[in-house]
Every structure is written in C-alpha cells, then in structure tokens.
Design a protein around this ligand. Structure first.
Ligand SMILES: [Zn+2]
Length: 118
C-alpha cells in the first residue's frame, strides 16, 4: 500500500467509455435555435394583410451563428426535424463533456488504489 500508483489508463477509459459511446452514437450536431413562425407577404389584396389567421406558413426558421454572424434560414419540415434533433444532440454532448471533464479530473487527482483494480 506504500507504492504510489499513477492513474490506470485502462480503468479511466472504462469509466468514461459510456460517455464516449453516447457521443459517438450521435449523427448530427447543430447549435442555434429553431422557430416556427408565420408571415405577411405584403400584397394588398392578400388575405394575410387583414386576417392574422390567414398569414403564410408556418415556416421553420433556424437561427445560428457562423463566424460571429447571425444567420437565418428557412427549412423544409424534414430539415427542421433533423435540425431539432441536431440541436438536442448538441446540448446533450455539452452535458456529457462536462461529466467527462469531471470524471477525468477525479481520475487524475484521485487515482485508484492498486487493490481496487480488477
Ligand atoms: Zn399574403
């Protein structure tokens, strides 16, 4: 028990394996927000000009930042589903990364004792 042990890399990998598998299983990642909105076309004779229930849409609009610029893009319903999933994945990955970071710090600062190993 007097012998000092460095963190066992194999054990560390086992402890973070589940986190990494969850991240690896994700297909799409996206940041930003998805909004559903309706629009007024601007034509005087169009019903949307006077009746709020006759506005055009709904449109799925994806807002995100790229190189510091805010971008807006209208998506098809199919694209919107993918972006919704991608944004959800992105948030999940951020949580998993935070857990992984804690796990790593714990492993490095509190290496397992030799008799804990299997
Ligand atoms: Zn209109």
């Amino acid at each position: 028990m007097t012998e000092k042990k460095k963190p066992n890399p194999r054990r560390m990998r086992a402890r973070s394996k589940e986190l990494r598998q969850k991240i690896a299983a994700m297909d799409f990642v996206a940041s930003g927000t998805l909004h559903v909105r309706t629009k007024v076309c601007g034509k005087k004779n169009c019903k949307c000009a006077t009746d709020p229930t006759k506005r055009h849409g709904p449109y799925h609009e994806w807002s995100r930042r790229k190189n510091g610029k805010l971008l807006h893009k209208i998506l098809t319903p199919e694209q919107a589903q993918l972006v919704e999933r991608a944004i959800s994945n992105y948030r999940q990955i951020q949580k998993l990364l935070a857990q992984w970071e804690e796990e790593t710090a714990s492993e490095i600062l509190n290496p397992p004792r030799r008799d804990d190993q299997k």
